[in-house]
Design a protein around this ligand. Sequence first.
Ligand SMILES: [Zn+2]
Length: 100
Amino acid sequence: MTETPPECTHWIGADRRYCRARDAVRRYLPGLRCPAHTPSALRGRPEPPPGPGWPTGAWTTPSPQSASALFDQRAVASGKRRAAAHTYRAAQQAVRGRKS
Ligand SMILES: [Zn+2]
């Protein structure tokens, strides 16, 4: 089996041919496309940010886990959440420390 190099599979109706460009061809939902024929480009929209997954800055915000730990601490400090006496005092200290 021979591997064909990736090429743009966009059908150019006016020219009655496929684009077949091989520069910077990437896989999109409709197939392989060159930068001029991406789904966004065909709709006149800006390209979505590149790269797999979320942008690196996305995780600089507190993770859900640490956020819930903070909420837990506040709940313990307010007495709404049952906790051992020493846990309660520690939580109150921590919450007071954050506010000041
Ligand atoms: Zn193309």
